[in-house]
Design a protein. Structure first.
Length: 459
């Protein structure tokens, strides 16, 4: 809110080139608030700001801009400004920037880094995409178990300015292998003569550089940490992952799942930055698949043309019947996919889920079936709308709804398990896909039940 109130004043300072006053105003701002202000400025004003503010402030704020803005600024800022910002950026934020660029562009920026920073950047980028190694920063505090608390506090004072977070301090052995993590508050309340070993409890949580980023999310959720240590394949501590980076991954994963669940491929960039042809391509693939699937619905109806001709009233209930099955399937798929994402159950729990959905499907189908039967009865009583066999017609609709809603619920709940078992993303069992699958089978179920109940009367 403050940055919005001050924006006109700051824009006036930019316009007249009074960056000394500008720097005084934003000196105590949080980088995220400063980034929000810069986001509202024109392109010329943004460039002017980055040319005239201190490098530490510029790099901290730059990390809070979205990637598209970062790319635009890098392309237009002078070489020295870009070099200074890249070298001052937190390693994990710089990795996120570099990994999104074409190889040639990334290498061009890498050449701007100092030898030390380039080594760090190359190391982080050498880890597989979507691994914990890509998320971590190598800036952390590591202690020896024989140090005293006084030595630890002196060490923290000397090194703190280069460390992203001080919530946890890590203990390593002579070979740099992680052996414990300790909250900094333990050192603040311990006697100065106490040793690190006397404070250790040898209980700690760690991540591996090769772990999938989703496993990092689960660890942060489970242990409620603000930072977790990262070790290599022999237990040597190589970095930490902080909660802010994990939150970014959570947002990306949730966005990807929502987009897939809407019946399309996940976008590689924000919607507004995605080229229109790329956007069409991402959406067209699933639309074609779903359209071909819906063509099976037309084929099913053609197969029952004779029954429809003899009892045209059956056709009026087709949208009601198939949409109910699709809706129940979409509900089940949504619940199961989200529960999977939250780790509420595992693949081996499929039978437990099946039992619950069998019961739910039957009860939900009966509720809709009773409503459907009552609708037919009311219309027949008030308007004499249906023929003399209205009760059989109502029974047909009711039984069909129970069967189709049950089928949709089972398909929607089990399809994510099947995809997960095959190593695919459960989110691809999108609501439109489940609805299309249930539409085709729903018609077959509906007309089969109609033949059984109405045979010898309407059919």
């Amino acid at each position: 809110m403050i940055e919005k109130l001050l924006r006109p004043e700051l824009q006036d300072l930019i316009a007249v080139g009074d960056f000394e006053t500008f720097r005084d105003i934003i000196e105590d701002w949080e980088p995220a608030d400063f980034a929000a202000l810069v986001d509202e400025l024109s392109e010329e004003e943004q460039l002017a700001v980055f040319r005239n503010i201190d490098t530490p402030v510029a790099s901290a704020m730059f990390a809070h801009l979205d990637l598209a803005q970062q790319y635009e600024l890098i392309a237009q800022l002078p070489y020295d400004n870009v070099r200074n910002i890249l070298n001052a950026m937190p390693p994990d934020d710089r990795t996120a920037l570099l990994e999104g660029l074409p190889e040639e562009s990334a290498e061009k920026l890498m050449r701007m880094l100092t030898r030390e920073e380039r080594t760090v950047a190359e190391t982080l980028l050498s880890y597989p995409e979507n691994s914990v190694g890509r998320l971590m920063t190598p800036d952390f505090l590591a202690l020896r178990p024989d140090w005293t608390v006084r030595q630890v506090l002196d060490y923290i004072r000397r090194q703190a300015k280069d460390i992203e977070t001080l919530d946890w301090i890590y203990v390593v052995d002579d070979e740099e292998r992680l052996i414990d993590d300790i909250r900094i508050q333990e050192f603040l309340i311990a006697p100065l003569y106490a040793t690190v070993r006397s404070i250790m409890d040898n209980q700690y949580v760690q991540l591996s550089v090769m772990d999938d980023q989703e496993s990092a999310i689960e660890s942060f959720r489970k242990y409620d940490r603000t930072a977790l240590p990262v070790v290599d394949n022999v237990g040597v501590m190589v970095g930490i992952v902080t909660v802010d980076d994990v939150l970014d991954v959570v947002e990306e994963e949730a966005t990807e799942d929502i987009q897939k669940f809407g019946g399309q491929e996940a976008l590689d960039e924000p919607y507004i930055d995605t080229p229109i042809l790329q956007l069409v391509k991402k959406r067209a693939t699933w639309l074609v698949v779903l359209f071909l699937g819906e063509m099976m619905t037309a084929t099913a109806m053609q197969y029952f043309e004779e029954e429809l001709a003899r009892a045209i009233v059956l056709a009026s209930f087709v949208p009601l019947i198939i949409s109910s099955g699709g809706n129940s399937g979409s509900q089940a798929a949504t619940l199961i996919i989200r529960a999977m994402a939250l780790g509420e159950f595992r693949l081996k729990d499929w039978w437990m889920v099946m039992r619950r959905e069998l019961f739910s499907g039957v009860v939900l189908g009966m509720i809709l079936g009773i409503i459907g039967f009552c609708r037919i009865a009311v219309w027949h009583t008030l308007f004499d709308y249906y023929p003399q066999h209205w009760a059989l017609l109502g029974l047909t609709v009711s039984v069909s709804l129970v069967c189709i809603v049950l089928f949709g619920t089972i398909v929607g709940s089990m399809l994510p398990f099947i995809l997960k078992r095959l190593g695919l993303d459960p989110a691809t069992s999108s609501a439109p896909f489940v609805a299309t699958l249930v539409d085709v089978t729903g018609l077959v179920i509906y007309f089969t039940i109609a033949l059984m109940i109405l045979h010898g009367t309407l059919l």
